[in-house]
Design a protein around this ligand. Structure first.
Ligand code: FES
Length: 248
C-alpha cells in the first residue's frame, strides 16, 4: 500500500508546529498503525532525518498512551479501538492520512504527536483513596453483597484507560467522560461510598482548574471512547456532585 502521510511536526511546546508530507510505500494491511509509523521512522533514521515522536507503551489497548488524532478522529476511523489496535487494512492504497496530536489547552504538545496528559493524573490524584480497614478483623471483600448490575457498571467504568480521546473528540475539550468514569468506578461500590462526596467535589474542582471545558451533551466522547464508556457516567457524576453539594 502506498500512502501520503501528513504528520504534525512540532519541536516543543513553545515552537509553532506544521503538517509535513511523508509519502510512504510498502505498507501491509496487517500492520498496526504504530507499526506503519515505525516503518516511517526507520526510513527517516536511515536518511539521517529526525524521526516522528509519538507515544506508546503496551501496544495492546490497555495503557492509553497511543493517543493520535487520525483524519480528524481520536484513534482513527475504527470504533472501540485504540491507535495501537488500529490496522492499516482500514485504509486504502493511495489514501492521504492526517496524523495530529490530541488538541486541548489542558493537553499541551510536548513534541510532534506527544501531548502532556498529566492533567488527568492530577484529577485522579484529587480523588484520593478509599478507606479500608486492613488491621485486625478485616472484612473479606466477598462478604459485602453488591448488586450484579452495580458491580458490572463499576467494572465498565474501570476500563477507562485515560487516553484522552473523550477530550480530543469534544468541541469544548471537556474531560467529563474521563472524570465521571473514575468517579463511577468507586461510587457504584459500597467501598467507594465512604468518601464519595469529598471525592466528586475534589475531582470536579481539579478538572475545572486544569482548564477543561464543560459538557454540552453532544455525545462525541462516547462515540470516540475506545472502551465504550457511556454518557450515563456523566449523568451519574452530576447526580453525585449535586447530592454532595446538598449534603455539604
Ligand atoms: S499503546 Fe497502550 S493503549 Fe495503545
Amino acid at each position: 500500500m502506498k500512502l501520503n502521510l501528513k504528520i504534525w511536526r512540532q519541536k516543543d511546546a513553545k515552537t509553532k508546529g506544521k503538517l509535513v508530507d511523508y509519502p510512504i510505500d510498502g505498507i501491509d494491511g496487517d500492520m498496526s498503525f504504530l507499526e506503519m509509523l515505525d516503518v516511517l521512522n526507520e526510513e527517516l533514521n536511515n536518511k539521517g532525518e529526525e524521526p516522528v515522536e509519538f507515544d506508546h507503551d503496551c501496544r495492546e489497548g490497555i495503557c492509553g498512551a497511543c493517543s493520535l488524532q487520525i483524519n480528524g478522529e481520536p484513534h482513527g476511523p475504527d470504533r472501540l479501538t485504540t491507535t495501537c489496535q488500529l490496522h492499516m487494512r482500514k485504509f486504502s492504497d493511495g489514501d492521504t492520512i492526517y496524523i495530529e496530536p490530541f488538541r486541548a489547552t489542558a493537553f499541551p504538545v510536548i513534541k510532534d504527536l506527544i501531548v502532556d496528559r498529566s492533567s488527568f493524573d492530577r484529577i485522579q490524584q484529587a480523588g484520593g483513596f478509599i478507606s479500608v480497614n486492613t488491621s485486625g478483623n478485616t472484612v473479606d471483600a466477598n462478604a459485602i453483597p453488591i448488586p450484579k448490575e452495580n458491580a458490572d457498571l463499576s467494572m465498565d467504568n474501570a476500563t477507562c484507560i485515560g487516553c484522552g480521546a473523550c477530550v480530543a473528540a469534544c468541541k469544548n475539550a471537556s474531560a467529563m467522560l474521563f472524570t465521571s468514569a473514575k468517579i463511577s468506578q468507586f461510587a457504584l461500590l459500597p467501598q467507594g461510598r465512604v468518601e464519595a462526596a469529598e471525592r466528586v467535589e475534589n475531582m470536579v474542582r481539579q478538572m475545572d482548574l486544569e482548564g477543561f471545558g464543560n459538557c454540552t451533551n453532544t455525545g462525541a466522547c462516547e462515540v470516540e471512547c475506545p472502551k465504550g464508556i457511556s454518557l450515563e457516567s456523566i449523568a451519574r457524576m452530576n447526580r453525585e456532585y449535586m447530592s454532595a453539594a446538598t449534603e455539604g
